[in-house]
Design a protein around this ligand. Structure first.
Ligand SMILES: *Cc1c(COP(=O)(O)O)cnc(C)c1O
Length: 466
């Protein structure tokens, strides 16, 4: 499979190249040149496959030319062997219509493990071929950092420098990162906000001296391989609920538009999807874009669902590109306008294309709390704040009762114990598999919120690319 940039001028790459590059050199994002599609009979034949086999079947067209089918299956078996549930992403039933797709059975308790456990293996595989060393530099508000660190700790040829805003991630989130003492893991607490950390990372990717010495790569959801791995669980859930004969709808707590874009890809591949509901909190840029065509960034309001507290959703560009006729130069122009003014209007083609499959909702804090309480009291399920936002959007969507509606449960409730306790009166326990985080030694550097300091720290410790 070949991958092209949404902005039309970066070279096309194969799967291996797109995985190692992360972002395209023209500032765009890589997407497959065309969507592979399965027939209804091919989808029906996937029913009942163990998750690693389903994953290899769904992803095979995307990795063709870079990984043989048997090798892909070895990698999916290894990546998903570390999950605490045999089904990897099991469904839990709430009532006659509503289901939770539990995506938090991986090592760091959020859905990001599903993709990052595989991505760590892909990096190792491709570096063994290409030679050299990969330096991952990322910024995290919590969940991405721990999932990325767990996925690459101790692996050959890869090292990670993860920036988090000092004092602004939860204790559990911080300790999940800082108690990993592998020599290829470097945690940096910066004095500043998540946006400050993110801005430093972006600056480093544009810093010729750094990119000349080190092979920098990204693990956030601009990396295509992450989205690809997430397509699989849409198939897994729909197959259990009657696909391909029956359509299924999904409600997705959304931040960077990565997880829900994977649902869009599943639909383009032939999975019958009734609707994709984009659930946002008060940081509602995507709801405004989808309901009124207005994609304009404001300032972030911190909430109890921090992984959805974003201003700009990077992966939305992939959708706009696909719906706008895959016109790279036009997309580059539209994004230049957005980057200059922090606002843009969707074209008619983009609006109409999105309306055919997507719905959206903005969920208020009291609605989120009520959804947590309903799940707890009426269904005996404890859910985290992100999941609760998705569930409220699902329950108020008006989708006909005969359509199964799956809310993606993106984090384990114990990751957000305080918010869950406030809503339900019960404090969720950390699962035994994360160990006693509070008994382990932590290691992290504290740096001022200055680019030069972070740059010096990384360039002294990172391994040059070759
Ligand atoms: C990352 C994250 C999200 C948002 O996912 P996107 O792919 O960025 O839209 C939602 N919930 C949780 C718990 C997350 O960690």
């Amino acid at each position: 499979m070949e991958y092209v940039s949404t902005r039309g001028s970066a070279p096309a790459l194969d799967f291996e190249g797109a995985t190692l590059a992360g972002l395209a050199s023209d500032g765009g994002l890589y997407v497959p040149r065309e969507w592979p599609a399965f027939t209804a009979a091919e989808i029906a034949a996937m029913r009942g496959l163990p998750y690693p086999e389903l994953a290899a079947r769904v992803m095979a067209p995307f990795v063709a030319g870079s990984l043989a089918d048997e090798r892909l299956l070895e990698l999916t078996r290894s990546a998903y062997g570390r999950f605490a549930h045999e089904a990897v992403t099991p469904l839990a039933q709430l009532d006659e219509q509503h289901w939770l797709l539990e995506l938090f059975h991986g090592p760091t308790l959020a859905f990001k493990d599903v993709a990052l456990q595989l991505l760590g293996l892909l990096f190792e595989e491709f570096l063994a071929r290409a030679g050299g060393n990969l330096t991952i530099v990322g910024a995290t508000s919590g969940d991405t950092g721990s999932a990325a660190i767990d996925a690459v700790a101790g692996r050959e040829g890869v090292e990670v420098f993860m920036l988090h805003p000092h004092g602004k991630v939860s204790d559990v989130q911080r300790r999940q990162m800082t108690t990993v003492l592998a020599p290829n893991v470097h945690n940096i607490a910066i004095d500043g906000s998540f946006d400050d950390a993110q801005a430093m990372v972006k600056r480093m990717f544009g810093d010729g001296e750094m990119t000349g010495r080190f092979r920098l790569s990204a693990v956030n959801s601009i990396n295509w391989a992450r989205l690809m791995a997430q397509v699989v669980y849409y198939f897994a859930a729909a197959l259990q609920l009657g696909a391909p004969e029956r359509k299924v709808a999904f409600s997705v707590p959304t931040g960077n538009f990565g997880d829900i874009f994977a649902g869009y890809v599943a639909s383009r591949m032939g999975l019958p999807v009734e609707r994709l509901i984009v659930a946002t909190n008060v940081n509602d840029i995507l709801h405004r874009a989808l309901s009124a065509g207005d994609y304009s960034a404001g300032t972030v309001t911190p909430t109890a669902a921090p992984s959805m507290d974003i201003q700009v959703s990077s992966n939305f560009e992939r959708l706009l590109f696909d719906l706008g006729g895959r016109d790279g130069p036009a997309m580059a122009e539209q994004m230049r306008g957005f980057e200059a003014s922090r606002a843009m209007r969707l074209t008619n083609a983009q609006r109409e294309g999105a309306a055919a499959l997507f719905a959206s909702a903005r969920v208020e804090p009291d609605e989120m709390t009520a959804a947590m309480r309903w799940a707890h009291e009426a269904c005996g399920q404890t859910i985290d704040p992100h999941t609760a936002i998705g569930l409220h959007a699902a329950r108020s969507s008006g989708i006909p009762a005969e359509v199964p509606l799956v809310t993606l449960a993106t984090a384990h409730p114990a990751k957000f114990r305080d918010a869950v306790e406030r809503a339900t009166g019960q404090r969720p326990q950390l699962p035994a598999r994360v160990g006693d985080l509070f008994a382990h030694e932590e290691r992290y550097a504290e740096l001022p919120g200055e680019y030069e300091a972070v740059r010096a720290f990384i360039s002294e410790r990172a391994t040059p690319s070759a």
